[in-house]
Design a protein around this ligand. Sequence first.
Ligand code: 13P
Ligand code: SF4
Length: 329
Amino acid sequence: MVLSQVKKQGYVTADLAKGKNLVKEIALLKKEKNAIILAHYYQQEDIQDIADYIGDSLGLAQEAAKTKADVILFAGVHFMGETAKILNPTKKVIIPDLNAGCSLADSAPTDKFEAFVKNYPNHTVISYINCSAEIKALSDIICTSSNAVKIVDSLPKDAKIIFAPDINLGRYVAKKTGRDLVLWDGTCEVHVEISSDKLKFLRGKYPNAKLIAHPECMENVLAEADFIGSTTALLKFVEEDKATEFIVATEVGIIHKMKQAVPHKLLIPAPANTDNTCACSECPYMKLNTLEKIHASLVHLQPEIFVPENIRLKALKSVNRMLELSVPS
Ligand code: 13P
Ligand code: SF4
């Protein structure tokens, strides 16, 4: 990066030099502590570049289930760290910033969810992985956006099902499977802000571009999409599809891997309703993580994720049912 670009982006050269040292320091600390860094595609680019594994929620859970590392640093949000801890009670699971939560997980408070479930006896509870350990413990099976359709379809056709907490993913799965699902009314604050009006404008501007969308987006966005899938599925689609222009309706972090995979294709991030500076959709929780915080976490092995054992054991059952029903990564 030339200095003029550096200045434009608001960095100073000292930060860059520190950034370079940080990368080396993090590599040394990982070795010293036998740590692995798992990162979601929505992480900042510099974090994705130092991760041992980058993936969607399913891939990350599968990787967490098989790691031999003593320490798992989860560069993602709190519920992802919890899932890693549920699978690895004897390992240290740390996240760079304890404030990295998730609006979707927060939309299902334990007491309200427990009361809701009680209203629907004889229902199987399928919960999207974007929920707390307590909600996982109240669920029968966990799913992610990669396998939600498959998990719902693994149940008998006449099964009564509660699907929580994402209502948009729930509606999409109900449509795909032709089932009536009892839906919890939760949303991801990032995906619901993706504006169908602004997408229409972009489609006019780029008539050859395919619109690809994450199923957490609103129904009116999904109705317009040429392809719907999890972050990994979206990445695979831009790699394999013949089109050379794509409007990408999900969190902008995924564009980094897409650009590396298909540098010759045009990738247009979908704009959010809100006026933000990058004219794209950014998850404020995912973006709390920084290289500096990762470094500090590895030095102090903090902040650490804990899940009470009674909750963990119940949550493990529902997470394991998902893993058993999923194709290995
Ligand atoms: P996936 O990782 O399943 O694509 O879900 C995206 C997301 O919102 C994670 O928080
Ligand atoms: Fe939660 Fe949405 Fe952020 Fe994912 S993108 S962590 S679902 S708020």
